[in-house]
Design a protein around this ligand. Structure first.
Ligand code: CMX
Length: 149
């Protein structure tokens, strides 16, 4: 596969681990003044999640993802136990997840999954191991073709 030059489209979102999704939504909408843009449960990732944002479209604004554990085996439950609530991940949007993953692997970055998995709103996702990218868990997301952005 050809080595890519521009890997990322934009910063898609920042993910915050929260113990209680309803409380976190209430805080971010009523106190911080953001809008609730999307909410879903992702069984594959063991999370109940919400996307929060300014609602700005042009220029497009990155969003905040609130992540609460669906069960005690969830990655988010483990994160909350060890580190408490706070920033759990940074997410970059990509146009072609398979091509970007291949390029990053060639450059020595470990991807957590051998193949893309399902993320928010049906996006294709994978993660770079935090130890290989400066200590931050880095999600890569390829939005579904019919996504609004
Ligand atoms: N950010 C930065 N560093 C992290 C981290 C995070 N979110 N999670 C773990 N680490 C670090 C730990 O601090 C630890 O470092 P030290 O060895 O220096 O102490 C090391 O990574 C190992 O930590 P761990 O607690 O043993 O965690 P695991 O190896 O069991 O899991 C990871 C880490 C990244 C593999 C796991 O969190 C994972 O699979 N994440 C991807 C899936 C995910 O996060 N899903 C929820 C979000 C879903 C979504 O966005 O849609």
């Amino acid at each position: 596969m050809e080595n890519l030059t521009d890997l990322f489209v934009c910063i898609d979102h920042v993910g915050l681990a929260v113990p209680d999704l309803d409380e976190a939504i209430k805080f971010h909408t009523e106190v911080m003044g953001f809008r609730l843009l999307h909410r879903e449960s992702n069984l594959d990732q063991g999370v109940e999640e919400a996307m929060i944002g300014t609602g700005a479209q042009l220029p497009e604004s990155a969003q905040i993802q609130l992540l609460a554990p669906l069960n005690e085996d969830s990655t988010i439950a483990k994160f909350l136990d060890k580190k408490g609530p706070g920033m759990q991940q940074l997410c970059y949007r990509v146009a072609d997840l398979d091509a970007v993953s291949a390029t990053l692997r060639e450059r020595g970055v470990r991807l957590l999954y051998p193949e893309a998995r399902r993320g928010t709103g049906g996006a294709r996702i994978n993660f770079c191991h935090p130890k290989d990218v400066g200590g931050v868990l880095l999600e890569l997301t390829e939005p579904p073709v019919d996504a609004a952005h």
